[in-house]
Design a protein. Structure first.
Length: 175
């Protein structure tokens, strides 16, 4: 009989522990909020660079000069003066292209950040077309970033024009 009482008390204790454990609140909310999907935009850098007016102008000038350089290099006897000329032009091209691309990349970065903030993108990928980073998905914001770059270039050109004119105003004209 005594064993029966011990067993009944033990069983009642386990039953109470189970009931109490089931009544406790869990730490997780009943309805867990679903995380919103990432908003991703991408920019075709190559397309924008090829459409960038200073780069276009540079490439046209470079192509014309390359014709002259190729004619020099096709000669059988190239003079030292011609060798220096070719070397100088090559270095000039490299330096000019570097400056233009650095300026372009500054505009690209700044305009991508602006678009990202305006449209609340979580991520903007600068996607070169020769070796794409993004295989699928995302929203193409190339045209919008390109428009911002043109806007920045116009402001920069206007500022440089104003600076070179010395800020002088013509009679009756305001800038």
């Amino acid at each position: 009989m005594r064993n029966w009482k011990i067993f009944a008390v033990f069983f009642a204790g386990i039953l109470m522990a189970g009931i109490l454990a089931g009544c406790q609140e869990t730490s997780a909310p009943a309805k867990a909020e679903q995380p919103r999907p990432l908003k991703i935009g991408y920019v075709d850098m190559d397309k924008l660079l090829l459409d960038y007016p200073p780069y276009k102008k540079f490439n046209e000038m470079k192509q014309k000069e390359n014709i002259n350089i190729n004619q020099i290099l096709q000669r059988q006897n190239i003079s030292e003066e011609d060798k220096k000329y070719v070397k100088q032009k090559t270095l000039e091209f490299m330096e000019s292209e570097k400056k233009i691309i650095e300026k372009f990349l500054g505009y690209l970065k700044e305009s991508s950040i602006q678009i990202s903030k305006e449209r609340k993108y979580d991520l903007v990928i600068l996607n070169p077309s020769f070796e794409p980073t993004l295989e699928y998905g995302g929203e193409d914001i190339t045209e919008d970033v390109g428009a911002k770059i043109k806007e920045m270039e116009k402001k920069q050109t206007k500022t440089e024009t104003d600076d070179t004119s010395g800020g002088k105003e013509e009679k009756g004209e305001k800038k």
